[in-house]
Design a protein around this ligand. Sequence first.
Ligand code: NAD
Length: 507
Amino acid sequence: MNAPKNPKWLLASQSELTLRYRLARQAQQAWATRTVEQRARQLEPLRRLLDERLESLADLMQDENGKPRVEAIGHEVASCIGAVNYLCAKAPELLSPRQVSLPWMPNRRATVAHKPLGLVLVISPWNMPLSIPFSQVVSALIAGNAVILKPSEVTPRIGAAIGELLEHCQLPENLVTVLQGDGALGARLIAEGPDKIFFTGSVATGRKVMAAAAVHPIPVCLELGGVDALIVCEDADLDLASSAATWGATFNSGQICASVERILVAQPIMARFETLLARKFERLGPEDQGRITLDRQRAVYDRHLDDANARELTFLAGGGYKDEDHLEPALIRGVPRGDDVAASLVHLEETFGPMTTLLPFRSDKDAARLHNASRFGLTASVFSRSRPRAEALAKELKVGLVSINDIAATLHAFGELPWGGVGESGFGRSHGEEGLMEFTRTQVLEQTRRGLFEFKRPWWYPYDPTQLEMMKRFTQAMAADSWRDRAWRLGRTAHAALKMFKEAPRR
Ligand code: NAD
């Protein structure tokens, strides 16, 4: 295993990368022979290590990423521990082969197995620099794969820390390789032909990754951006909803894929809700806000602020910078119908900063329509005191996750629930059973039941009228809609099969 102790990997030649791939593939072959239980036992020490290093990891994240300590611990380290807990407990059961019976071929039996993919490439972003790559790497490993991790060039020390944590698990040498570099290295790593790419990042880069993968072709899992919405129905607990919206729109300074960037509010309660919300935005203190991690984010904020100003939208809070490292959390609304807000950049595009818009809706149907107008669909939140109403609305939303009376981004902290989006938010899943399966390939093994004899199949050659008759009867038997009808049709099929075998022996 290679944590990036030597920055020469930044300049690694393609032949060096080829070598890293070859070594990783060799290591994977031995790793794949271990049972899932053995792999889980080897990865379990990560839980204790994360616990022991909680403070030092938080220091590192505060220093390199700039997020508040409570988020470094509660969102990042907790999410890693959640992943270890879930994967070590559940993977042995989830990855065990399952028997499938074949009602139309009762003489055969099938097993569905979940095999490792081989070598997985994980390319990750800077905003959740520990928990996202960590959970993907551990999922890949427990499923029997080798991993090449390319952390974000913005947070290389956190990426290196993941490699160091894994060093304590005494994994086979070269099973996990952390390679440091920017997008150019990411592109070169794809060119090496991993067996799957787990990419988390922007839509623009996701498109490039997918295009590069298509050349081989290599399957990709894309976890991309979001312009996530929080919907407040008129029967909602407004105090609860406004606190949730304040947190959801501003934690980690909005540098979260699932940050609340649109707040859709029932028209009759709009005035009350925005007053409450503006008050809570004003109360946010310096300790509540992380710093802007990346300079280039400012260009997006400036463009979105300029656009909002050009449209003469109203800033109920914020509208500028507190200082070089902090944007004032911005709460933006427009004319009463909200048409101008709906057309603004801050409402349509991912800001990835603490800015959110307020837009009124007339009915739940209207809320779903406004929500689904977005090209993105990662998470959403619905606030209502009526569970049936909230559930009905939630089911209409085109997103990967919906929370009722909570902020859906919270769900990322738990290993149990699949995470991922629709539309431009990407496809594929991490976390949960669906996420684990992404790191496997399914193999079906089918054979004659023990003790039964082999025979030439009736659907093989020769194709002649007796076979046509038999196939017709069989197909009709499959279409039977009652057991009685099926038994009768199967009898006719058996009769036709006997005739076929007698008159035209199978070749
Ligand atoms: P980014 O797209 O700039 O970079 C992501 C990673 O891709 C980095 O490691 C980068 O070096 C690499 N990369 C860049 N060009 C590449 C190329 N041509 N080939 C291969 N790799 C390349 O994104 P970012 O700024 O690091 O992260 C912010 C984005 O990530 C936001 O859009 C955010 O919404 C998204 N995100 C999504 C999720 C999710 O779960 N859906 C989670 C976190 C972040």
